[in-house]
Design a protein. Structure first.
Ligand code: MCA
Ligand code: AMP
Length: 469
């Protein structure tokens, strides 16, 4: 039963860890975390679902841990959420209160998190099928959907990674990723607590911050690693590390090679989704292949299917839609039975929407996505549709088409093509960018607006995005 427990502090029970979590300049021991999180649990134990404004602070960590102790579902909210995105997440999730920090002008009750409060009450371990998190993630159209992740799925996902990466209490994890997604929050906070290894969160994931933190295990999205390779002095200071792990988006081969050259470490690549946690990874004790994301982690099976559902051979060359199964998969999209049903095959496999090849030894290479409407920018998943809707809500915009164009720093750069209602008296580009940042979130803003006279459309009137580049 211990294996499936998701009381992250119980798993590392035993000796105290004096520096269990360091974040935003504050260090808490394991017993500090347990005492303060239990006091949070006492305040919210009767709630079902609470929203947590996921700033990288100790308050966020304690709010999440308190909910896990009490069996309350956490809805992490991006701290830069704009008005439309925030309203959507709160309405859709049915969150009953803010736990910890809250945005200005909120209508929901706010339950404070007291960092110095302590309680030693013990709670029974909730059923592994209980929902731990509802994480909001973008689809190709419409507003973000709530991904329902159970305690059991998270426990299985973290244990599979500890195995793949030989992650032990002797490690110190360093990262500076946001705390509202699988990568930074589940892997990056719950992972070290479950394993019993200290965490150092750097705030922003800058090359200087990574170089200054003395860790053994470092997590980053490709943009973080690419920026580190552009700062060779910082990169060389990572030579002492045990493992550099890259994920959330494709790691360009030149960045892989440069990182190996500067740090002496070939990075470990791993692949996953909010819906599936991490399903594929290079192993700590195994081969590393630039451009490849490794083999299935414990409990995972994968297969490739073509457009009509026929089997695609695992020959290292044939390309097919990647489907996965395993114990770390989500339970479905919140209140979206149609979207949930559409993402599963009749025989119980999850359609990732990614296109891949698998070689005879079980190695996977992610070739791309099935839809041009899902963009990965800086490791963030952004739907073209939600940005188009936001742009169309601006009075100056008559038509909009959003694409992800290749970008050396961000992987893909969000570019919006717009047709304006009338010729503006002054340039509108900056105002449109700010409009999306205010409505959705800063990281979803287009980096570029291109004003055009008309969008390319086919005979059916559908925008031909492949012509926008
Ligand atoms: C610029 N800024 C603006 C505007 N323009 N603010 C408001 N309105 C504007 N129009 C400000 C920003 O607020 C910020 O300010 C600064 O400009 C820099 O913004 P930006 O360029 O967007 O950020 P960055 O520093 O370049 O970010 C790069 C990054 C970030 C750090 C790599 O993209 C990142 O954290 N990515 C991680 C994504 C992630 O964790 N994905 C995991 C998904 P200020 O400096 O004041 O803040 S989970 C997943 O994918 C699966 C499961 C998996 O496999 O892991
Ligand atoms: P998210 O929902 O933010 O979890 O994004 C999941 C998507 O990120 C996947 O469907 C992939 O398209 C992409 N992704 C994650 N890790 C990798 C990787 N190592 N290589 C290529 N794409 C990745």
């Amino acid at each position: 039963m211990l294996l499936r427990s998701l009381n992250p502090l119980a798993v590392a029970a035993g000796a105290d860890i004096p520096d269990a979590v360091t974040i935003d300049g504050v260090t808490l021991s394991r017993s500090d975390l347990l005492g303060a999180a239990t006091s949070v649990a006492e305040r919210i134990a009767r709630a079902e679902r609470v929203a947590v404004l996921a700033r990288p602070t100790v308050t966020t960590v304690l709010a999440v841990l308190g909910c896990l102790l009490a069996g309350v579902t956490v809805v992490p909210v991006p701290p830069d959420s704009g008005s439309a995105e925030l309203a959507h997440i709160l309405r859709d999730s049915g969150a009953q209160a803010w736990l910890g920090a809250a945005p200005d002008g909120t209508d929901l009750p706010v339950v404070p998190v007291r960092v110095h409060a302590r309680s030693w009450h013990t709670y029974p371990e909730p059923d592994p099928a209980t929902t731990a998190f509802i994480l909001y993630t973008s689809g190709t159209t419409g507003p973000p959907k709530g991904v329902v992740l159970s305690r059991g799925a998270i426990a299985a996902g973290l244990d599979a990674l500890a195995d793949a990466w030989s992650w032990t209490p002797g490690d110190v994890l360093v990262h500076g990723l946001p705390l509202f997604h699988v990568h930074g929050l589940i892997l990056g906070v719950l992972g070290p607590l479950r394993v019993g290894s200290p965490l150092v969160h750097t705030g922003k994931p800058t090359p200087q911050a990574y170089a200054a933190a003395r860790g053994t295990l470092y997590f980053g999205v490709p943009t973080v690693w690419s920026r580190i390779t552009e700062d060779p002095d910082a990169a060389k200071r990572l030579a002492h590390a045990r493992l550099l792990v890259s994920g959330s988006a494709p790691l360009p081969v030149p960045v892989f090679e440069r990182l190996r050259e500067l740090t002496g470490h070939a990075p470990v690549e791993r692949y996953g989704m909010s819906e599936t946690m991490i399903t594929l990874s290079t192993r700590a004790d195994g081969e590393r292949r630039p451009g490849w994301v490794g083999t299935p982690v414990a409990g995972v099976r994968t297969r490739l299917r073509d457009e009509v559902g026929a089997d695609v051979p695992h020959d290292g060359e044939s390309i097919g839609g990647l489907q996965v199964s395993g114990p770390m998969l989500f339970d479905g999209y919140l209140d979206r039975p149609d979207a949930t049903a559409a993402s599963w095959t009749d025989d119980g496999w999850f359609r990732t929407g990614d296109v891949a090849v698998i070689d005879p030894a079980g190695w996977h290479r992610i070739v791309g996505r099935e839809s041009v409407d899902l963009i990965k920018s800086g490791g963030y998943r952004v739907g073209a549709g939600e940005i188009e809707t936001a742009l169309l809500g601006h009075p100056a915009v008559a038509e909009a088409a959003v694409v992800g164009l290749p970008d050396a720093d961000l992987g893909q750069r969000i570019v919006a093509y717009v047709v304006l209602r009338e010729t503006p008296a002054e340039p509108v580009e900056e105002r449109l960018i700010a409009h999306v940042a205010d409505q959705l979130s800063v990281h979803k803003r287009p980096r570029e607006i291109r004003v055009v006279d008309a969008l390319p459309r086919n005979a059916m009137g559908k925008v031909q995005k492949k012509l926008l580049h």
